[in-house]
Write a protein that binds this ligand. Structure first.
Ligand code: ATP
Ligand code: MG
Ligand code: MG
Ligand code: MG
Length: 443
């Protein structure tokens, strides 16, 4: 009996969420959906490959393939955050306005904040960020220096009513962020927490398959005076980065202090006149902001009265930092950095499946048998199986568009000579090998 791709995804997610034909990523992607706003490749590919579907400006539903990528990205972030000693929590999306009045950000935040009223006419908002909630969470709970250092993180949906939502999921209005908040007794300890996150971020992005460029940054609406942005290089990036050409080499070893000492900034704070390094030592690239870390001392703990007693019995405002990663933006940003004219080229660590299995001879019983056997032998969470009756051309194009790292192609020769083709999506290289060898290679 044949199995469709969607039944496979259903198995993987172990739910009944995927139960209609409409959600078959292949039908969604290739035939019916033509992107209307094709400003940028990642946007076009994320719609055509059936990763997401827009429901309103800047608001998306995540389809099976897109969700798998999102979960893989989350998984890497969660793992490295846990390793750093941070503790996962989940704070609410909807926040009471009074917390923001306390911190005096309610009026300043402006139109990016989605303000709502509940049935009692209380002012509420859909959280664009969570500094206030995090400060409120620990004040009263954490009383002594003995409870610090502490770093809490969450992976949660935010809403920012962006002036111009564009580039698809890269600048959504609703988007998924990993945000973390560190709490320390003094500047020195807070700096340790900051540096530890700096390091953790580099590890996170390297595991996703790329080395980020880290630049000193403006603190904007979050406040404070120490801040770094993490960027993925892509020619279509909104930021221009200026950095010492020694930076990429230094990023290999991750010594945070030397990384911080080198000249690296984004366009909004770079000035040719004040640039401390000679022109010929300066690299210039386009980047997409995928992470941002801040140290802001007592900016929130002071107005919100979050204090701890120190070892000497003094009562001091907690020193805080916050640390964001654009989880859903990364899906788009990684496509923007890894694609060709045929489609997406997922780095292995975040690919929705490792292998795409294509059966070209759907009407040949023997061929179906072989493809089914390969499918069953390789673990199902690794393989996306195209057993549709569509033309060979559609199947090839679709699999390239979806961009899994490997393809196993089962055709006539599988029956006559026991051979299948394996294709590497990065190099495009195709090799004919024995069926058993193909199976061994991917188990
Ligand atoms: P940008 O400069 O792109 O508007 P930001 O500086 O306003 O981003 P931060 O407040 O630093 O964003 O939030 C932390 C991270 O959240 C950002 O580094 C980015 O990766 C992600 N992010 C911010 N806004 C969006 C958005 N509208 N859609 C998707 N991800 C976003
Ligand atoms: Mg912004
Ligand atoms: Mg920014
Ligand atoms: Mg930022």
């Amino acid at each position: 009996q044949m199995r469709s791709k969607i039944s496979l995804i259903k198995e993987k997610s172990n739910t009944d969420l995927v139960n209609s034909e409409v959600q078959d990523p292949s039908t969604l992607s290739f035939k019916e959906q033509t992107p209307t706003d094709t400003e940028i490749t990642s946007h076009q590919y994320s719609i055509r490959a059936g990763l997401v579907k827009q429901i309103a400006s800047g608001i998306y539903s995540w389809l099976p393939l897109g969700l798998l990528v999102l979960k893989n990205i989350e998984g890497i972030i969660r793992d490295e955050m846990n390793k750093s000693g941070a503790i996962e929590v989940l704070m609410p999306c909807v926040q009471p306005a009074n917390l923001w009045q306390e911190s005096e950000r309610y009026n300043n935040y402006g139109k990016e904040m989605l303000r709502i009223k509940d049935r009692y006419e209380s002012n509420m908002l859909f959280g664009p960020t969570h500094e206030e909630v995090a400060t409120d969470l620990i004040r009263g709970m954490v009383k002594s220096y003995k409870n610090l250092p502490l770093c809490l993180y969450q992976i949660q949906w935010k809403f920012r009513d962006e002036v111009r939502p564009r580039y698809g999921i890269m600048r959504g209005r609703e988007f998924l962020m990993k945000d973390a908040y560190s709490f320390d007794t003094d500047y020195k300890n807070a700096l340790n927490s900051y540096n530890s996150m700096y390091k953790t971020y580099i590890k996170i992005f390297k595991r996703m398959g790329f080395t980020p460029i880290v630049v000193r940054a403006d603190t904007g609406l979050i406040g404070g005076n120490l801040s770094h942005e993490f960027h993925i290089l892509a020619s279509t990036g909104e930021s221009t980065l200026y950095y010492d050409n020694k930076l990429p080499e230094l990023l290999k070893n991750e010594d945070v202090e030397s990384l911080k000492s080198i000249y690296a900034v984004a366009d909004n704070i770079h000035h040719t006149k004040t640039c401390p390094i000679p022109q010929e030592q300066l690299s210039l690239s386009k980047g997409i902001e995928i992470g941002h870390i801040f140290y802001f001392g007592n900016k929130y703990s002071k107005p919100m009265n979050a204090k701890v007693t120190t070892q000497n019995g003094k009562n001091v405002n907690i020193h805080m930092g916050s640390y964001g990663i654009g989880v859903s933006r990364l899906v788009g940003a990684i496509i923007e950095a890894f694609h060709d004219d045929k489609g997406i080229i997922w780095p292995e660590a975040i690919a929705p499946f490792r292998i795409g299995l294509i059966n070209l001879q759907i009407k040949t019983g023997k061929c179906v048998e072989i493809a089914n056997k390969i499918y069953k032998t390789l673990k199902s969470d690794k393989v996306l199986y195209d057993d549709t009756e569509e033309s060979i051309g559609v199947k090839f194009a679709r699999m390239d568009l979806i961009g899994l790292p490997w393809q196993i192609i089962v055709g006539k020769k599988a029956v006559s000579e026991n051979l299948v083709e394996i294709k590497n999506r990065v190099t495009g290289e195709v090799k004919e090998i024995q069926i058993e060898e193909a199976i061994n290679r991917f188990t």
